[in-house]
Design a protein around this ligand. Structure first.
Ligand code: AMP
Ligand code: FE
Ligand code: FE
Ligand code: ZN
Length: 282
């Protein structure tokens, strides 16, 4: 797999199941040239991943993925972000507060059903950025579900017993804080939002006004035709092209690092263009 990268990777710093150093080691073993760590709402995995990158001689790009809203869910990736940016960390602390509020309510619901769930011990075990995948993991351990997917389906997906909604940062703020941290904002997995072409274009126009610079055109499960369509759209809008698997370890066992669901192949040239753009922002 020479000349191949993966620019969308989660670790235990958010809801992945491999530690940052383990992901880096695996990436090296399978022959990737580089990976970007894009945990949800946190930069906590950066230092460990970058250190491991030096140890294993693998390029590691510090990134992030922020959940926001436009009609429905929209995710914004950020690359080459400076984790010391005060504006970024202030916003991330706000997201953790929003999550804490929602999560305490989920714990309460589970306790009402007789489960001994303490949020403090979840934080000790899973870290600061706790989400539904961690509750799903507990439900599996309690024997209520066969695996994380099953737990989502029966308990934590929208409409299920332990689903509690949360608020999100706005699209504008999400993009602007990535820019203020010196990063490149990229629209993640555009087909996941199920927007008709016209609405996807509206979303892109809106995002570009706020400072968007790229679009994830290669993604796990996207066909060659779908990727070609997105690539043409990116070129039309003057956006950088990125790609990645959205690897989460055993939380999403159908997705492999680097190859996604088998077909993924993100060429190094996209990372080179991204890195060039990041340098020219400085
Ligand atoms: P939250 O941000 O806490 O609402 O949780 C959403 C996260 O859960 C997403 O970012 C996904 O990574 C993960 N997720 C959503 N659906 C599933 C699923 N069916 N199986 C595993 N993980 C999921
Ligand atoms: Fe996730
Ligand atoms: Fe996402
Ligand atoms: Zn992701």
């Amino acid at each position: 797999m020479s000349g191949v990268v993966d620019l969308h990777v989660h670790t235990t710093a958010s809801d992945g199941t491999l530690a940052p150093c383990e992901v880096v080691k695996l990436a090296k073993e399978i022959g990737l040239e580089a990976i970007a760590i894009t945990d949800h709402d946190t930069t906590a995995g950066h230092s460990e991943a970058i250190q491991a990158g030096e140890k294993y001689n693998l390029k590691v790009i510090p990134g992030i993925e922020i959940s926001t809203r436009f009609q429905s869910a929209v995710h914004i990736l950020g690359y080459y972000i400076d984790q010391n940016s005060l504006e970024l960390q202030t916003a991330l602390a706000e997201i953790v507060r929003i999550r804490d509020e929602r999560n305490e309510k989920i714990c309460q619901l589970m306790r009402e059903d007789g489960f001994a769930v303490e949020y403090d011990s979840m934080k000790k075990r899973f870290g600061d950025v706790i989400g539904r995948p961690h509750f799903a993991t507990l439900l599996v351990e309690f024997g209520l579900a066969a695996d994380v997917q099953d737990a989502f389906h029966h308990y934590v997906d929208k409409g299920q017993r332990y689903f509690v909604p949360r608020t999100f940062l706005s699209l504008e703020r999400s993009i602007r804080i990535i820019r203020s941290a010196g990063g490149i904002p990229v629209l993640a997995h555009p087909f996941q939002y199920r927007l008709p072409d016209h609405d996807l274009r509206l979303l892109l126009e809106q995002c570009i006004e706020y400072g968007l610079l790229g679009m994830e055109c290669l993604y796990s499960g996207y066909s060659a035709d779908q990727s070609a369509y997105l690539t043409r759209l990116a070129e039309e809008f003057g956006l950088l092209i990125t790609g990645g698997s959205d690897f989460h370890g055993s939380a999403k066992p159908h997705i492999q690092l680097g190859t996604g669901t088998g077909e993924l192949h993100v060429p190094l040239k996209y990372l080179n263009a991204l890195s060039h753009a990041a340098h020219s922002l400085q």
